[in-house]
Design a protein around this ligand. Structure first.
Ligand SMILES: NC(=O)C1=CN([C@@H]2O[C@H](COP(=O)(O)OP(=O)(O)OC[C@H]3O[C@@H](n4cnc5c(N)ncnc54)[C@H](OP(=O)(O)O)[C@@H]3O)[C@@H](O)[C@H]2O)[C@@H](O)CC1
Ligand SMILES: Nc1ncnc2c1ncn2[C@@H]1O[C@H](COP(=O)(O)OP(=O)(O)O)[C@@H](O)[C@H]1O
Ligand SMILES: [K+]
Length: 461
């Protein structure tokens, strides 16, 4: 797990004040980290186009040009009049070496985007947009300095952004790199140390980036065990029964000792999954909402009123009945459209999906402020899992999962872990990790996954 920050300006400032480091020194490290990445990948003499803006992101680029000068064919392009003191100083230094700037963009092996970094404070004007689009058209290896230009601190892309193969981000990971919109633009992400190790540079945060190593599988360590030791998940199946059946199968494959589907019509279930009409006496967790459709309010109210661990999904995010349980430690797994509906039900916001996607972190925080016990898992290209003031980002998913039924598998996985005694937050985190890692292990082409393939991959983790 790694720390994420909305802004790192205060961390830079802390370095100056606490460790007596200077802006110049930090910048030298920033540039030399990009130099290292270029030297690892490209041989002497390769051509490197460095495109610089007017602030310190541009200054990083000019310092990089100096570091590469003579070993590489450096083409330093200054796009705008330099404004920052450091950028002017870096240019003076470069010029003293005899380094000349270029007036035109021309083909090259590497493009380094140093137009805008964390200082992007307004929408891109037409000139910047065209410049970025022009660079995106280059058939070169593309490196973004700090953050691809065009992504603002919220992670929003209002017009266009630089399409990086590699982002070398300075000091610490920025939250903006993990918005859904940014996912297609960041490429591989590396963090540059700015003169001190990350442990020293970073301070306490409430936002974290999950990685594969964080996954805690429900492995059976205890020998003296029986099926009852691993819980009994009850899945409520509604109109679209298939959703409940997929969730039940996923839960069984992820370790729940017993799984029952509650459904009033007869359904076709594998022999190891039971069908009942009411909650089992020994039920240890409930999964409800997937494919629910029309329902008997009294029956659903009764189920929601139990104090069992619960995962709530899909149709219930459109129903007022759900408001009654938001004071409890339940797991909610909405996709963006469902979350917009929930925000409206809770009187928190009346927004469209596009607005939510522009600022997912903000709306998740607002919801968790109002309902601190709830564990919210907001689906998307990067899944946000939050409770109280903490947010965990799972970036491991991919469009392999963009299929009906993927969410039902996830509900089943969360339910399985709840049934086996994981806390609500742990169930959401580890189910989400298992879900996305399983999808990434799927070997066939990336359009063909069906829920049963995903469940098979979960079994192999
Ligand atoms: N602090 C440190 O110790 C270290 C900092 N480091 C580096 O500094 C970077 C941050 O530098 P920064 O704060 O100077 O901002 P930056 O991203 O260069 O952009 C600001 C400039 O762009 C302009 N501008 C903004 N939006 C615009 C738009 N839409 N269209 C057009 N123009 C626009 C804006 O103009 P203005 O607002 O003044 O009109 C201003 O001139 C950071 O990402 C990292 O790379 C590293 O070296 C490590 C050490
Ligand atoms: N492009 C993507 N990148 C990463 N994960 C994705 C992507 N598209 C979908 N997913 C994941 O797939 C699941 C889809 O859930 P959902 O939309 O509720 O599907 P359904 O209700 O049909 O089962 C979510 O976990 C979501 O995060
Ligand atoms: K940049």
């Amino acid at each position: 797990m790694q720390n994420l920050y909305y802004e790192v300006g205060s961390l830079d400032k802390r370095c100056y004040e606490k460790f007596s480091l200077t802006e110049d020194l930090l910048m030298e490290h920033a540039a030399s980290n990009i130099q290292e990445e270029i030297e690892k990948r490209f041989k002497k003499g390769s051509s490197v186009l460095i495109v610089c803006g007017s602030g310190n992101n541009g200054a990083d680029g000019i310092a990089l040009a100096r570091l590469l000068y003579k070993k590489y064919e450096v083409k330093l392009y200054i796009a705008f009049e330099l404004k920052s003191k450091m950028a002017k100083l870096q240019l003076q230094r470069a010029e003293l070496l005899g380094l000349k700037t270029v007036d035109e963009l021309s083909s090259c092996d590497v493009v380094v985007d140093c137009l805008f970094g964390t200082g992007l404070n307004k929408d891109l004007d037409r000139v910047s947009q065209e410049l970025i689009e022009n660079l995106n058209g280059f058939d070169s290896f593309k490196i973004a300095c700090d953050i691809p230009s065009g992504i603002n601190p919220k992670g929003e892309i209002t017009t266009t952004a630089f399409f990086a193969d590699l982002t070398v981000t300075m000091g610490a990971l920025k939250q903006a790199l993990y918005s859904d919109m940014a996912k297609d633009y960041i490429g591989e992400v590396k963090v540059a140390n700015l003169g001190v190790q990350r442990e020293v540079y970073e301070i306490q945060t409430n936002v974290f980036l999950l990685d594969k190593g964080d996954l805690k599988l429900p492995l059976r360590d205890k020998k003296d065990a029986h099926k009852g030791s691993f819980g009994h998940l009850n899945v409520i199946a509604g109109c679209k029964k298939g959703a409940g059946v997929i969730a039940a199968k996923a839960a069984f494959g992820f370790g729940a000792g017993l799984v029952s589907v509650i459904c009033h019509d007869n359904i076709d279930l594998p022999y190891h999954i039971m069908q009942t009409h009411k909650l089992a006496q020994n039920c240890t967790a409930i999964a409800i909402g997937m494919g629910l459709g029309l329902y008997d309010e009294k029956e659903i109210k009764e189920i929601l009123n139990t104090n069992l661990p619960m995962i709530i999904d899909a149709d219930l995010f459109h129903e007022n009945i759900t408001l009654n349980i938001l004071e409890k430690e339940v797991v909610l797994t909405p996709h963006p459209k469902e979350f917009c509906s929930l925000l409206k039900l809770c009187n928190l916001a009346d927004i469209k999906v596009e607005e939510l996607q522009r600022d997912r972190f903000f709306y998740v925080k607002e919801f968790c402020k109002k309902y601190p016990k709830v564990v919210l898992l907001l689906k998307g290209a990067n899944v946000l899992i939050a409770q109280k003031d903490k947010i965990y980002v799972n970036p491991l998913g991919s469009a392999v999962l963009s299929k009906g039924g993927s969410g039902d598998v996830l509900s089943g996985l969360v339910g399985a872990l709840l049934a086996q005694g994981y806390s609500a937050i742990d169930a959401a985190i580890h189910a989400s990790l298992a879900h996305t890692i399983a999808a990434s292990n799927y070997k066939k082409n990336n359009y063909s996954l069906i829920p049963s393939d995903l469940i098979e991959e979960v079994k192999k983790l």
